[in-house]
Design a protein around this ligand. Structure first.
Ligand code: IPM
Ligand code: MN
Length: 351
């Protein structure tokens, strides 16, 4: 019996949650496992009502689940950063979800903006370090609001933090049936201190434990270009937190957009959280027009993480079949030719 926390969150998050849960139910029925879900009220509405982002009791409760599914965090009525730092980043940090795993896979029949590229070319995985770097929250402001204002935002990097992300990425490169290749994406030519730590970890871990994996390196600016020009060059990519944030938006758009891109915040020894990469899309809230496929794919990753590989495979198979049918006209909200709930029902029926 799995215990799964559902955080619908803001904007279109709740609508997507409803659809992802349909596929979970179908997968459990077909895959023969049992689960319980508990919906947690976190997000902008709660904050506006009570001033709370992530109360200590909820954080403690989160530690007790087998996995967490999160819809979206971000509310137009709340100043930027409050909910993101107070809820999403706080969960990632407190639960030490040190991996942000973002597969970039173009399914057949999904439109990519890349000319002459297809599913054979766009199939790689980004491992984004998820607890350090420029996201650490270290830094501050001095003489704020005056012409002398000074601000710092510290790129906090530890060897251990880089090393564990790199090791996780090597393991994926070994497991994947592709090129047995790992790219480190960085900026060793400018960020010589923090990237020096990464470079040392990359080479030491590779030399010691992964002689079978080919090591490649790309500066983040060049990698951004190559994701577009030659996505087929990539198998597994490992990178720091902010670079990973940015390049996975490029990854998301080349795999068909925010409507389909999913990821996992993973603590291999603890509680992990799966979410669509896109945000709360307040413009589409309550219109039954947002694409639920990213949320369904996040649920698929969650099911796989529980070890229910057969059931997870069914969900991915259902998404692929739904796309192959041609019934879903576009990955964009409001242009699918189907409503959010129709897509959710259709995919669940194929699971
Ligand atoms: C993401 C998002 C978050 C991030 C924001 C909402 C804090 O962009 O998950 O990629 O920067 O990590
Ligand atoms: Mn992002």
């Amino acid at each position: 019996m799995y215990n799964i926390a559902i955080i619908p969150g803001d904007g279109t998050g709740p609508e997507v949650a409803t659809e992802a849960l349909k596929s979970l139910e179908a997968a459990a029925g077909a895959g023969g496992f049992e689960y319980e879900t508990n919906h947690l009220d976190l997000g902008g509405e709660r904050y506006l009502r009570t001033g709370e982002t992530l109360p200590a009791s909820v954080l403690e409760e989160l530690r007790s689940y087998d996995a967490i599914w999160l819809g979206a965090i971000g509310h137009p009525g709340v100043e930027p950063g409050v909910l993101e730092k107070g809820i999403l980043l706080r969960i990632r940090f407190e639960l030490d979800q040190y991996i942000n795993l973002r597969p970039v896979k173009l399914y057949p029949n999904v439109e990519t903006p890349l000319k002459d590229k297809g599913p054979d070319d766009i199939d790689f995985v980004v491992v984004r370090e998820n607890t350090e770097g420029l996201y650490s929250g270290m830094g501050g402001v001095q003489y704020g609001g005056t012409p002398s204002e000074v601000s710092t935002q510290i790129h906090m990097t530890t060897y251990r933090g880089a090393e564990r992300a790199i090791r996780f990425a090597f393991e994926i490169a070994r497991k994947r049936d592709k090129d047995k290749q790992l790219h480190m994406v960085g900026k060793t030519n400018v960020l010589t201190y923090v990237q020096g730590t990464w470079w040392r970890a990359f080479n030491e871990v590779g030399d010691a434990d992964y002689p079978d994996i080919r090591r490649e390196y790309a500066h983040v600016d060049a990698a951004s270009m190559w994701f577009i020009k030659n996505p087929e060059w990539f198998d597994v990519v490992v990178t720091d937190n902010l670079f990973g944030d940015i390049i996975t938006d490029i990854g998301a758009i080349i795999q068909g957009g925010m409507g389909i891109a999913a990821g996992g915040n993973i603590n291999p020894e603890g509680v992990s959280m799966f979410e669509p990469i896109g945000g709360s899309a307040p413009k589409y809230e309550g219109k039954n027009s947002i694409n639920p496929l990213a949320g369904i794919s996040a649920m698929q990753m969650l099911i796989a993480h529980l070890g229910e590989n057969e059931a997870a495979g069914r969900v991915e198979g259902a998404v692929v079949e739904a796309l192959a049918s041609g019934r879903i006209k576009s990955m964009s909200a409001g242009e699918m030719g189907m409503s959010t709930s129709e897509v959710g029902d259709y995919v669940a029926s194929l699971v």
